[in-house]
Write a protein that binds this ligand. Sequence first.
Ligand SMILES: [Zn+2]
Length: 228
Amino acid sequence: MVLSTAVLDTVEQICHTVADLHGELTRNELVIWTAGNVSARVPGEDLMVIKPSGVSYDELGAEKMVVTDLYGELVHGSLAPSSDTAAHAYVYRHMPEVGGVVHTHSTYATAWAARGEPIPCVLTMIADEFGGEIPVGPFAMIGDDSIGRGIVETLRGSRSPAVLMRNHGPFTVGKDARSAVKAAVMVEDVARTVHIAHQLGNPMPLKQEDIDRLHERYRNVYGQQEAR
Ligand SMILES: [Zn+2]
């Protein structure tokens, strides 16, 4: 596939954004070695920008990013795309509202995934950002559509932008890559806090009506709408 100059300009900008956002994964201590990735949809095209496979985070400039179609086939760039590309691509194919996907093995969120236990909605921050408990997706093997299918099926039944794939780790989505990174940071933070609360006693659940009100308020009123 040959990309037009206009599309290439857009792609270049997105490569910079996605490269910078990988810095947030290390800054927030969500990843070790090369195990975590951010992708972004190219708006209006059936394309995505994603991290190349096996490149360390301090070498990850915009020029290293790869562009694939929404079936994970390389369209632009010289490196092989991330081994999680099929999962990201499946999400973009089936969730048109999603503009960014993030995957990490961040410690506390992955510990919940190892137990196959959803993170209960016991904090206003969880109600705000996730709209309820953070759900667990099925165990799925890497290499075909099973991870993507598990992510999409779980997220469709939930308001949460994060799913804890069982025995694996969190995948998060957002309207753009930055929102998906934010959800990845948040899911690790609440996973840690609720874990600590669990060790010391029984966290108190929020009432459903309070969760609904908090989530609505956060989505519609809170903050500078554009800056989120
Ligand atoms: Zn993984």
